[in-house]
Ligand binder design. Structure first.
Ligand code: ADP
Ligand code: MG
Length: 232
C-alpha cells in the first residue's frame, strides 16, 4: 500500500512538471547560445574557446536527451485514442532500436502475439522505447534484450528483460522519480514518462531486478476487448 501511495504522489508531481521540463530544455540552449556569442566576439584564448565548446556540446546533448525521453513521439495535439495492435508496434519499435542495440553489442530477441490495447499510439511507443532504451544502456558490455508479449486474464503483459547491471532495491524504489538518474548523461525523465503513460492506459508496471544480473520490466495493459471486431 505504501508503494501505491508513493506512486500516486509521483503521478501528482508529474502533472506539474511540464513547465519545469521546458525550463530544463531552455537552460542548456540559453547557455550554449551565450558561449557561441562569446566565441563570435573573438576575444577568447584558444584554450578557453575549447572549454566553451565542450560545455556547449554537453549542454546541447542534455537538451537532446530530454527531448528524446519526453517528446520523441509527442504530437502537437493529443493523439486520438485507438485500438493498438501491440505486435505491429513492437515490430516498429524493434526496427527503431536495432541500430542502438548493434552499437552496444546487444542481441535483440522478441516474440509477437496478436493482442490489442487501447490508447494513444504515440504514447505507447514512447513508453516502450524508454524502457527498452534503459535496458540497452544497462548493458555497456553487450548482452541480450528480450521483448515478449503474453496474455494473462484481462491484461496484456509486455516483458522487457535485460542481462545488464541491474538495480539495488533503493534504485528500484526511486524509479519514476523526476530527475532520478545514475547515468552520467542521464535525464532521469524516461521512467517518469513511462509511469505516467502506463497510468493513462489504466495499466501497471512491475520491476524485478538483481544487481549485476539484470532487470525485467513488465508493463501490464488492459486488453482491448473488442479486438476481434477491430481486426474484422
Ligand atoms: P535515465 O535513463 O536518463 O537515467 P530513466 O528515468 O530512464 O533516466 O531511468 C532512471 C534510472 O533508473 C537510470 O539512471 C538507472 O539507474 C535506472 N534504470 C532504469 N532502467 C534500468 C535497467 N533496465 N537496468 C538498470 N538500471 C535501470
Ligand atoms: Mg532512460
Amino acid at each position: 500500500l505504501r508503494q501505491e501511495l508513493i506512486k500516486s504522489e509521483k503521478l501528482a508531481v508529474i502533472s506539474h512538471l511540464a513547465a519545469s521540463i521546458s525550463h530544463e530544455v531552455r537552460n542548456p540552449l540559453t547557455a550554449s547560445r551565450g558561449f557561441m556569442q562569446l566565441l563570435q566576439q573573438g576575444y577568447t584564448s584558444p584554450e578557453k574557446m575549447r572549454t566553451f565548446l565542450d560545455i556547449a556540446i554537453k549542454e546541447l546533448d542534455r537538451a537532446e536527451g530530454i527531448i528524446q525521453d519526453y517528446l520523441t513521439f509527442a504530437k502537437p495535439a493529443e493523439d486520438k485514442k485507438e485500438a493498438i495492435n501491440v505486435s505491429s508496434e513492437i515490430k516498429k519499435i524493434v526496427e527503431i532500436l536495432q541500430p542502438l542495440a548493434n552499437m552496444n553489442s546487444v542481441e535483440l530477441d522478441f516474440s509477437l502475439a496478436p493482442y490489442m490495447v487501447f490508447g494513444e499510439r504515440s504514447k505507447f511507443k514512447q513508453c516502450v522505447i524508454n524502457v527498452a532504451k534503459n535496458a540497452i544502456e544497462a548493458m555497456p558490455e553487450g548482452g541480450k534484450l528480450s521483448l515478449h508479449i503474453e496474455r494473462k486474464g484481462d491484461y496484456v503483459y509486455l516483458n522487457v528483460s535485460d542481462t545488464g547491471v541491474g538495480m539495488t532495491k533503493e534504485q528500484v524504489d526511486r524509479l519514476g522519480e523526476p530527475f532520478f538518474t545514475t547515468r552520467e548523461k542521464g535525464t532521469g525523465l524516461g521512467m517518469m514518462v513511462v509511469y505516467s503513460i502506463v497510468d493513462s492506459f489504466g495499466g501497471k508496471v512491475k520491476v524485478k531486478s538483481e544487481k549485476g544480473l539484470g532487470t525485467t520490466f513488465t508493463i501490464l495493459l488492459p486488453m482491448y476487448k473488442n479486438a476481434v471486431e477491430v481486426i474484422g
